[in-house]
Design a protein around this ligand. Structure first.
Ligand SMILES: [Cu+2]
Length: 493
């Protein structure tokens, strides 16, 4: 057993044995007394006069809550409306939606609508000029629901060293925009959010997926950086939605069903790889956008911020585990039991065949129109040393830059991401979609995303049409990287 495995299992065991005390302590906490129910909070009455003339389609209440990961393990966090993931926000494409957000915490919050074409003032991002939801107050967000597909919403506050803020909390949820177009035949729809809990800082490198040495690594420097790495974010507990493997209701299926799975990586720090024992995933959409060439895969790789929609044909009756392919991640909770009707045996895990994730298999080979302009973005790490945090540079500077990057409306841009660091980064651009053009030299077309993994020492090119005027944030979706420099702001000229 590796040292980090021991650390994780030891920690989880400790938590389990302390559960009685922990739950008693949480139940008696005056902070948690507030969360007795969305309508029973005294603040609700006090806030009524501020409510506008018409009722909201959805209300989200940000407040401390307890998540019962299993009957033995409960943790405290901040969540939306006492649910993890938060309530499913489901809407029609083009619908004008009003979301009231009530903030029952002591700090300002931002709710970001990830993957939606919304104005900067509504996007839920301080850097773009969205006003906060003030502490013990409320704010109304209004937008037109576009584009159709699997979107999500989450906190967009900086956390820095506070591992109980922003993406480290339970503030995330699914947001589905339904299209009038036929989504294809399926019998059941499930939402699966991948998460870790009780984040801590560690000198142990949490990169559990070492890069494949056969990767091209076009951005690898001639001389390696030998400075010691900083503290990284790790976690002892994992879950799918709010339950560790085996603790929740199984996913109940029947032979012959087609199950549509909406996967979301709501982690603050880790890329995950999942497999469904005895089955394959037919990937139909990435980041909510249908892919031109749906393909079956054994393993789905999904980074913080990304979504994958896949159909699983239930053609292998039994009781199976859908979960992280790393043993320690499954043992720490990242999995769910898939149970066919009238099958009662122990859940089985069968390791998937060795496979590598490659976005380009879902694309086409169509040519791309020539871009009007190419913007090169170079990412580098400044190692923090054993008692520090790594800092991140975009074109030689930490955020904020002296001058923003500039778009002109209607122009077509090629963004070329040069990752000169030994970590993979899920890069996200707000309020726009981009199309993948090239991954480590491999061309592709037709894959539209809002978040893309740029592998270790890798290079990725994407095309984007600047059609959403307003400030636009670009960042790595790993909270610690974003907080320590890995951001850039685009403005329209
Ligand atoms: Cu990063």
């Amino acid at each position: 057993m590796k040292r980090r495995d021991f650390v994780k299992l030891g920690w989880a065991t400790m938590i389990a044995t302390q559960t009685g005390k922990l739950r008693a302590a949480l139940g008696e906490s005056p902070g948690l007394q507030k969360v007795s129910g969305p309508l029973s909070h005294p603040m609700a009455t006090a806030l009524e006069p501020n409510a506008s003339e018409h009722a909201a389609n959805f209300t989200l209440r940000i407040a401390p809550m307890m998540v019962e990961l299993s009957p033995q393990v409960a943790i405290s966090t901040i969540g939306y409306s006492n649910k993890v993931p938060g309530p499913l926000l489901r809407m029609r494409e083009g619908q004008h939606v009003t979301v009231d957000v009530v903030n029952d915490t002591d700090v300002p919050e931002y709710v970001h609508w990830h993957g939606l074409w919304v104005p900067s003032e509504v996007d839920g991002v301080k850097e773009e000029g969205t006003p906060p939801v003030p502490p013990h107050d409320r704010r109304r967000y209004q937008f037109a629901a576009r584009p159709a597909g699997s979107r999500w919403y989450h906190s967009h506050t900086a956390a820095m060293m506070d591992l109980h803020r922003g993406a480290y909390t339970g503030q995330f949820g699914f947001l589905m925009i339904d299209s009038a177009n036929d989504p294809g035949r399926y019998d059941q729809e499930v939402f699966l959010a991948l998460r870790e809990w009780e984040y801590f800082l560690s000198t142990v490198d949490p990169d559990e997926n070492p890069p494949d040495p056969s990767d091209p690594m076009p951005e690898k420097p001639a001389k390696p950086d030998l400075r010691p790495n900083g503290l990284e974010v790790s976690a002892p507990l994992y879950s799918i939605n709010d339950k560790i493997l085996g603790a929740g209701e199984p996913l109940r299926v029947q032979a012959g069903q087609r199950v549509l799975m909406h996967l979301l990586n709501a982690s603050a720090s880790q890329i995950h790889r999942v497999a469904c024992s005895g089955h394959r995933f037919q990937v139909i959409a990435l980041d909510g956008n249908p892919v031109p060439t749906p393909q079956p895969v054994d393993v789905i790789e999904i980074a913080p911020g990304e979504r994958v929609d896949a159909i699983v044909e239930m053609n292998n009756p039994g009781v199976w585990i859908l979960g992280e392919i790393r043993y320690v991640a499954r043992q720490s909770g990242m999995g769910i039991v898939v149970e066919y009707a009238n099958q009662k045996q122990r859940p089985r895990w069968t390791p998937p065949p060795k496979s590598r994730w490659d976005y380009t298999i879902f694309g086409t080979t169509a040519p791309h129109p020539a871009p009007d302009e190419t913007i090169d973005m170079v990412f580098e790490k400044v190692p923090g040393g054993p008692n520090g945090i790594n800092h991140w540079l975009v074109n030689g500077r930490e955020y904020p830059h002296d001058r923003e990057f500039v778009f002109r409306k209607g122009r077509r841009y090629r963004l070329v991401f040069h990752n000169r660091s030994d970590d993979s980064h899920p890069l996200h651009i707000h309020r726009h979609l981009f199309e993948l053009v090239e991954l480590n030299g491999k061309p592709t077309a037709g894959i539209k995303k809002d978040t893309v993994i740029v592998p270790v020492y890798g290079r990725v090119a994407v095309d984007l049409v600047a059609d959403q005027p307003g400030l636009t944030l670009f960042h790595c979706h790993i909270q610690q990287h974003m907080d320590y420099g890995f951001m850039a702001l685009f403005r329209y000229a």
